[in-house]
Design a protein around this ligand. Structure first.
Ligand code: ACO
Ligand code: ZN
Length: 172
């Protein structure tokens, strides 16, 4: 191990409880974007991230360990026709979630989802929450299913490389 590297970079979570979930700030975006670049092929211009911090900041959360960001969830709120109810309603849309590789399978992704869904409902009045996920993304699909999401439909060639997406939905 390189001892000159910032120490928090190598700290292992000995217990799940040693991370902290809080609202994202603009200063966090360098770290958040670097997690996104490593974890997912879907990237966004910086202004897009900034817009989400400014407009839906209560549902844009980060997980941190000693000041080092190890995961994020970015959401927005939209009006649209419900998947779970036949009416026009406010929906929470999970745009992107990722956890750094070394910190996965510790419950952080689940906690980020739970806290974001709470904000989508309680702060923004969303009646349901939805997201798109690659049909091959077993870890994410199983996380969403564990949280009560159901597959609402499959969208052919949703992603740039031609892969299909599932739209998964949960009533809040
Ligand atoms: N295989 C099977 N099930 C899994 C896996 C896996 N690799 N990872 C998580 N799960 C399921 C399990 O049921 C798990 O519960 P368990 O550990 O008690 O069995 C449950 O999800 C909760 O897991 P967490 O530990 O909370 O999830 P984690 O912190 O690892 O984060 C995430 C999950 C965000 C999907 C992570 O794997 C990741 O960053 N992946 C790369 C980025 C990504 O695919 N993001 C989602 C794209 S879709 C979108 O953004 C809307
Ligand atoms: Zn989306």
């Amino acid at each position: 191990m390189n001892t000159s590297a910032p120490q928090q970079r190598r700290i292992k979570l000995s217990k799940e409880k040693t991370y902290n979930i809080r609202e994202a700030r603009l200063e966090d975006l360098d770290q958040v974007i670097s997690i996104n670049m490593e974890a997912l092929p879907e990237h966004y211009p910086r202004v897009f991230w900034e817009e989400h911090v400014k407009r839906w900041g209560k549902a844009f959360l980060v997980a941190e360990v000693n000041g080092f960001i190890v995961g994020y969830i970015m959401c927005r709120v939209e009006w649209g026709w419900g998947f779970t109810k036949s009416k026009l309603l406010k929906k929470g849309h999970v745009i992107s979630i990722a956890v750094r590789k070394e910190y996965r399978r510790k419950g952080i992704g689940r906690k980020l989802m739970e806290e974001a869904m709470k904000a989508l409902k309680e702060v923004y009045g969303a009646e349901e929450v939805y997201l798109e996920v690659r049909v091959s993304n077993k870890p994410a699909i199983s996380l969403y299913e564990k949280l009560g999401f159901k597959i609402a439909k499959r969208v052919a060639a949703y992603y740039l490389d031609g892969e299909d997406a599932y739209i998964m939905v949960k009533q809040l």
